[in-house]
Design a binder for this molecule. Structure first.
Ligand SMILES: Nc1ncnc2c1ncn2[C@@H]1O[C@H](COP(=O)(O)OP(=O)(O)OP(=O)(O)O)[C@@H](O)[C@H]1O
Ligand SMILES: [Mg+2]
Length: 328
């Protein structure tokens, strides 16, 4: 069987911000692709550039303070970084949708939920009136909003944080997007509803072939819901590959550190988890060479002066490190 083609293909994406302190290299040369129906997980500590990467490729970073992102983002035969705002508006929310880390980003406080949801259907699908309302209520029910046919007429402030998160998820899923960027979609939700939302996304993948980019801190969710994973550190991907392979045999010391600092179902209670020493770097003042070297127990001289290239470890697994972990 031939490899399915990538739906979105990102190459050398860079997004820098101007700040009082100089230039912050939030995303610094990120490349990845996602195929129809698959899920790519993006993980990494807070501030590693996960959200900025997703927002930039959808044309959603404010400029200024950001520079115009550079690189290429291919979707449907077009480079999104070179599309006009009008073209992007037509694509966003319909073919490419995003669940934002902060639910308030995408809900308008002055409009009833009903209006915000039906508008998405009207603009992108030409569905309106009672039919759009029915579809919106059905989606609210699917994301676990009780009493959806009454609550749909309320305003965002009448919903709790977790409920707002669900409304936003409903909005992102309504048009059955071709690609869904889900930025910490379930962090504000309790465990049972989290499982329900992940199942709903998986359903959409099966029925509509949606490709999903799932950003999360939760390595358990990555292990359970993604096909491939990309590990980010300081604005770059440092290791990527099939999730099972990367988790079983992490080769970048940072990936190994992340996995070692996360409790697993088979971790005996009371056992010691190894935290990665030190703090995530200041992206405005990155050290020379590999920025992880200051926290890395395997660093060698070269790590302090030269950024390591990506080394292929198998057909699908690669990492950027001068002194990789031995395969276990
Ligand atoms: N508008 C902005 N102006 C200046 N710097 C910014 C701006 N937005 C983001 N940054 C910086 O870009 C870097 C990456 O931020 P980003 O939100 O992508 O991190 P993240 O990996 O999503 O973190 P988290 O896991 O906490 O959500 C951070 O250092 C952040 O301070
Ligand atoms: Mg984020």
């Amino acid at each position: 069987m031939s490899e399915p083609e990538a739906v979105v293909s990102v190459s050398d994406l860079r997004t820098y911000f101007h700040s009082d302190d100089g230039i912050v290299k939030a995303v610094d040369g990120v490349s990845f692709s996602v195929r129809r129906g698959e899920t790519l997980g993006i993980v990494g500590e807070s501030g590693s550039g996960k959200s900025v990467a997703c927002l930039s490729l959808l044309g959603l970073v404010a400029r200024p303070p950001a520079f115009h992102p550079s690189g290429e983002v291919w979707y449907g035969g077009r480079d999104l970084l070179r599309c006009s705002e009008r073209e992007l508006e037509a694509i966003r929310g319909d073919r490419l949708a995003m669940i934002f880390q902060d639910p308030l980003t995408s809900l308008n406080p002055y409009l009833r939920i009903s209006r915000q949801l039906t508008e998405v259907l009207e603009v992108h699908k030409g569905t309106s009136g009672a039919e759009a309302r029915r579809a919106a209520i059905a989606m609210l029910e699917r994301v676990g909003i009780p009493d959806a046919d009454r609550r749909i007429d309320q305003y965002p402030h009448q919903f709790s944080g977790g409920m707002r998160q669900r409304v936003m998820i409903a909005m992102a899923l309504l048009c059955q997007p071709e690609v869904l960027f889900a930025d910490e979609p379930t962090t504000a939700l309790d465990v049972t509803i989290q499982a329900q939302i992940l199942e709903l996304i998986a359903d959409l993948q099966r029925s509509a072939g949606t490709a999903v980019v799932l950003v999360t801190h939760d390595l358990g969710v990555v292990a359970g819901s993604t096909d491939r994973v990309a590990v980010m550190y300081a604005g770059r991907i440092v290791e990527t590959g099939p999730t099972a392979e990367v988790f079983a045999c992490p080769r970048h010391p940072y990936t190994r550190g992340l996995l070692a600092s996360t409790p697993r179902i088979d971790t005996p209670p009371g056992s010691h988890l190894e935290a990665i020493p030190g703090m995530p770097p200041d992206l405005g003042h990155l050290p020379a060479g590999c920025p992880f070297h200051v926290r890395c127990s395997r660093s060698i001289d070269r790590c302090r002066s030269e950024y390591p290239p990506f080394t292929r470890l198998s057909a699908t697994h690669a990492a950027a490190c001068w002194n990789m972990e031995e395969p276990s």
